[in-house]
Design a protein around this ligand. Structure first.
Ligand code: AMP
Length: 222
């Protein structure tokens, strides 16, 4: 059984800003982040067995099987240093994963936060996303373009477009989210409060909404 600081789940559809906001919240609260999409992309680059098994599901916008994800999650959790909290981004994504998470901890999760945005906003955010593999900066050709097209402002590296960020795959990922991940809203709703935060504003506005919601939740439950 794992028993660490706070455990906070960041739920929401692809493109809603979990990555950007997760980084900000982790910096503000000193939390560790566990980001399963990043773990899988790294595993693919390294050519590990997990990476090979996950690759075709990721390219098609489908979920990687639960047994692979639960094993990866448990292995990474065990390796995280102790600290004030852990922010889970991208896990759980199915009810089976949520049940595995519940078995791994000795108590319920401390907060479940749902970031929301309309489908049109999500599709433009994802299909316009470009990132820098060198320094991690994220841009959007519609909302937040770099100064020179296709080049990172920070380090001058050529920006990349994730293979699963095409409009067609994005629609499939959104459908998969509705079918397989949205049931988690009811799952966690039945076990406590799900904090709902508007993800459509600017990154600063969304961050302010998240911090206010978490502050009132932890203030109320303290
Ligand atoms: P993300 O970067 O969170 O959008 O994840 C990219 C892809 O990784 C997803 O479309 C899935 O194929 C896979 N993935 C990430 N996390 C999970 C998970 N918890 N369960 C199943 N597949 C996942």
């Amino acid at each position: 059984m794992l028993d660490r600081g706070l455990v906070v789940i960041l739920l929401g559809p692809p493109g809603v800003g979990k990555g950007t906001q997760g980084l900000r919240l982790a910096a503000v609260f000193g939390w560790e982040r566990l980001v399963t999409g990043d773990l899988l992309r790294a595993a693919r680059q390294e050519g590990t067995e997990v990476g090979r098994r996950a690759g075709r599901y990721m390219d098609e916008g489908e979920l990687v099987p639960d047994d692979v994800m639960v094993a990866l999650f448990e292995e990474r959790m065990a390796g995280l240093p102790d600290g004030p909290g852990i922010l889970l981004d991208g896990f759980p994504r199915t009810v089976a994963q949520a049940e595995a998470l519940a078995c791994a901890f000795s108590r319920p999760v401390d907060a479940v936060v749902l970031l929301k945005a309309s489908e049109d906003v999500l599709v433009r955010r994802i299909s316009g996303r470009r990132s820098c593999a060198t320094c991690g900066c994220i841009y959007n050709i519609y909302f937040d373009p770099p100064g020179s097209e296709g080049v990172c402002d920070g380090c001058g590296e050529v920006l990349t477009h994730r293979e699963d960020d095409t409009a067609e795959t994005v629609r499939r990922r959104l459908r998969v989210y509705v079918e397989q991940t949205e049931p988690l809203i009811d799952y966690y709703g039945a076990r406590g409060e799900v904090l709902r935060v508007d993800g459509e504003g600017s990154p600063d506005e969304v961050q302010a909404g998240l911090e206010a919601s978490l502050a009132s939740h932890f203030g109320a439950s303290a």
